[in-house]
Design a protein around this ligand. Structure first.
Ligand SMILES: Nc1ncnc2c1ncn2[C@@H]1O[C@H](COP(=O)(O)OP(=O)(O)OP(=O)(O)O)[C@@H](O)[C@H]1O
Length: 307
């Protein structure tokens, strides 16, 4: 994404935005995080996906310095998590982060901003978070989705280089989710780095440059949405192929799985272009051809063993 250039101007902080090496955290017999290595470059927008209990929140907590690793190291722009937090390098939006009932949104953001060395003016923070109209609203008058967006504003108050978000849109309705992501895209266009944990695969698909899939404390896939999809079998090719045999389907290139019913084939292919060309060369009479991408959801289920 173009943001990498913008961050490149801060040459002193380049290198990795986030670097996790051999990261582990066990709770008794539970291996919450069990040897995670991950490097996130400045300007990347990374979605952290995985089923319940995969270790996403524990990983995020270690990046934020809220949980101490059992083994391994975390650096954020070359600093330890606590140094990075103290410098305002990281902005965090956590599930259920406390807000004050009796203070207005403007007062809450001002309070947090005053703790930072070079805070963004409150009105600007609210504008960036897309909640200027909530400035005078008290904490106890906010809906669940509005509270999430106030937490987002608080995360932006230090003008951080890295935003870490744990299920940011969990309590938001469809319209709030859309507005939240619009605000977020404006932020990432300035070259900032984002790591967000989510259960919404469509959000990962739409907003992340890169997807990291966790299962049982380890990463099981890491790449662009297209790469992660292709790891799980790429595309499905269906066709009616007079004269086809099982051996002929199995011999087509890039086939990872297939079904044959009469003259109908359904083939999973890691490279559907190659499979299709070979099919048509061998069986020019093939017809009713359909090729479909497997969604991120299919890849997610297959790679996390939830099928
Ligand atoms: N403080 C703790 N004490 C004991 N076990 C813990 C603790 N924190 C997390 N765990 C366990 O570690 C594992 C990973 O939990 P974690 O919250 O990191 O997963 P997650 O991927 O964020 O899940 P979810 O999607 O449900 O939020 C789970 O089995 C969880 O029960």
């Amino acid at each position: 994404m173009n943001g990498i250039q913008a961050t490149g101007m801060n040459a002193v902080v380049v290198g990795a935005a986030v670097h996790l090496s051999g990261l582990r955290k066990h709770y008794g017999d539970v291996r919450a995080v069990d040897g995670v290595d991950l490097t996130i470059a400045p300007g990347e927008v990374v979605a952290l996906l995985g089923p319940n209990g995969a270790g996403k929140s524990t990983t995020v907590d270690m990046i934020l310095g809220l949980t101490k690793p059992g083994a391994g190291t975390v650096t954020v722009f070359g600093k330890t998590p606590s140094e990075a937090i103290a410098h305002g390098t990281i902005g965090a939006m956590l599930q259920g982060g406390a807000l004050l009932d009796d203070a207005t949104v403007g007062e809450m953001v001002a309070m947090v901003a005053s703790l930072h060395r070079e805070p963004v003016p409150v009105a600007e923070v609210l504008r960036r978070a897309g909640i200027s109209e909530l400035a005078g609203r008290r904490g106890n008058k906010l809906s669940g989705g509005q509270k999430q967006r106030v937490r987002f504003a608080i995360a932006l108050a230090s003008d951080p280089d890295l935003l870490v978000l744990d299920e940011p849109t969990a309590a938001m309705d469809v319209a709030s989710r859309r507005e939240f992501w619009r605000a977020m895209q404006a932020y990432t266009e300035t070259g900032r780095t984002v790591l967000f944990a989510t259960h919404y695969l469509d959000e990962a698909e739409e907003f992340a440059d890169r997807v990291v899939l966790m299962r049982a404390g380890a990463t099981v896939a890491d790449g662009s949405v297209a790469e992660v999809r292709s790891l799980a079998g790429g595309r499905t090719l269906r066709a009616v192929v007079p004269g086809i045999t099982e051996a002929a389907v199995a011999n087509l290139p890039a086939v990872t799985d297939f079904q044959l019913r009469g003259t109908r084939i359904a083939v999973s292919s890691a490279d559907s272009d190659r499979t299709l060309k070979a099919l048509l060369a061998a069986f020019p009479g093939a017809h009713d051809i359909e090729i479909a991408a497997i969604g991120l959801e299919g890849a997610f289920l297959s790679l996390t063993g939830q099928r």
